[in-house]
Every structure is written in C-alpha cells, then in structure tokens.
Design a protein around this ligand. Structure first.
Ligand code: ADP
Length: 230
C-alpha cells in the first residue's frame, strides 16, 4: 500500500517557566493511502498535538512529518497551509465554524480561498451531501451540534481531501447523531478512497477502523490491526 503519511522520530516539546515539557516522544508510524485509522489514549497523552502535527497545523520540535510526499520540516506556516488546502480535511470536536457566517458561507470560505469559480452551487452541493441543503442560511448558533458537525464535514470535504483528520468528531454528539456523522466520514473513505485518521475516546468508533494506534504519555505504546483490516 502506498504511504500517504510518514511520521519518523517525531518529537514535540513545549517550554514554559524554564521547564521543558515533552508532549510527543520519538513517534514513528506510516499510514497507507486509503486506510482507516484511529488514535486512542488517555486524556493529555498527546493525541491532539499529534493530529495537529500530522495535518501541518503546527510544527514539530524535531523529526519528520511527510504528507503526500511533502516534508513539512522547515516549511513556513503559509506553505503548510497550501499543502493543507490541497490534500487535507480537518474536523474538530467543537466544530470550529465561523459564528458570524451562515452554514453556506462557512462552506464557501475554503472554496473562495482556493480561488474556485461557481462556489455557491458547489457549497450547496456539499451541504446537500450532508443532508443540510435547506439549512444553508442558518447561522451556527441556530443549528444543533450534529448539524454544526455536518456543516464542518461539508467544509472539510470541499477540497476532496486525500486524507481526513478528525479530532473527537463525535465527542460532543448524542449517539444517534454520532452515527450519522460517522457514516458520512466512512462513506468518504468508501466512495472516494479518502484516508481517515480519527482521534477518539470511543473504542466502538475506533474498532470501525482498520488500525488502532495507542498513545500514552507522548509515546506510541501499541499499533494494532483490527478485524476490519482483513
Ligand atoms: P490529548 O489530545 O491526548 O488529550 P493533548 O495533545 O491535547 O492531549 O495534550 C498533551 C499535553 O500537551 C498536555 O499535557 C497539554 O497540557 C500539553 N500541551 C498541549 N498544547 C500545549 C501548549 N500549546 N503549550 C504547552 N503545553 C501544551
């Protein structure tokens, strides 16, 4: 299987009050294109930090993060953003929609940033895909948590990402709504071959992926294929 994401000797430290805090300690793994993966581990173990580094949202202290053949090492924030715009979708536990924009406008933002044409019908199409075509004129505060997460999925799908990172995508959702969101995420893998990397506390969700990477105290402590891998 072709590698889409390669992580080698990855370290992340923070300095505060003269102390060095090691958040990620010599992490190594490679993710195959088109695969589905979960990162699990206790709270504070470094999962969100790791996901942010993989997606180029943040830069490593040392080590290699190579996404779709591009090494993030030494790239400026702008260059990392370009790579993200091209290849990456990202969804957050708290949705991170812009509160002053409607659902439709939130989905239009990345299309506009990429200088695409006919962005309104494209954004409407994307909203339709997540079942929210009729809610385009609503502001985030007028939508339920599940609807907001579906808008953020429509936004994440807008560049037809090669890889989708999701940080606790169902963390703030009830069981029924979670199911809808999870289906949309896995359909993207099935229909478009998008690679999935999900950070989750939910072991049932993790078991739906092909591979579970467990992080503890900033170290990768296990890396196992699930029953879905066969
Ligand atoms: P998880 O997602 O597993 O809960 P995080 O990646 O959010 O873990 O955090 C891992 C550790 O890194 C925590 O101890 C957290 O306090 C610390 N941390 C995260 N971001 C920063 C930061 N910007 N400055 C200092 N420490 C941070």
């Amino acid at each position: 299987m072709e590698t889409i994401l390669n992580i080698a000797n990855l370290n992340k430290t923070y300095k505060s009050a003269g102390r060095t805090l090691t958040v990620l300690d010599d992490i190594n793994f490679a993710i195959g294109a088109g695969s589905t993966n979960a990162i699990v581990g206790p709270s504070g173990s470094g999962k969100t930090t790791l996901l942010g580094l993989c997606a180029g949202l943040d830069s490593a202290t040392s080590g290699i993060v190579e996404l779709s053949g591009v090494n993030f090492g030494g790239l400026s924030e702008d260059k990392r953003a370009q790579v993200r715009n091209q290849y990456v979708g990202f969804i957050f536990q708290n949705f991170q929609l812009l509160p002053t924009l409607t659902a439709l406008e939130n989905v239009m933002v990345p299309l506009e940033l990429r200088g695409e044409k006919n962005i309104k019908p494209r954004a409407l199409d994307l909203l339709d895909k997540v079942g929210l075509a009729s809610r385009g004129h609503h502001y985030p505060a007028q939508l339920s948590g599940g609807e907001q997460q579906r808008v953020s999925l429509a936004r994440a799908f807008s560049n037809s990402p090669k890889i989708l990172f999701a940080d606790e995508p169902t963390g703030n959702l009830d069981a029924e709504t979670s199911e809808k969101v999870v289906k949309l995420i896995f359909d993207l893998n099935k229909d478009a071959g998008t690679t999935l990397v999900l950070v989750t506390h939910d072991l049932e969700l993790a078991a739906k992926t092909q591979r579970i990477l467990r992080i503890k105290g900033g170290k990768l402590v296990s890396d196992e294929l699930t029953a879905k891998a066969v």
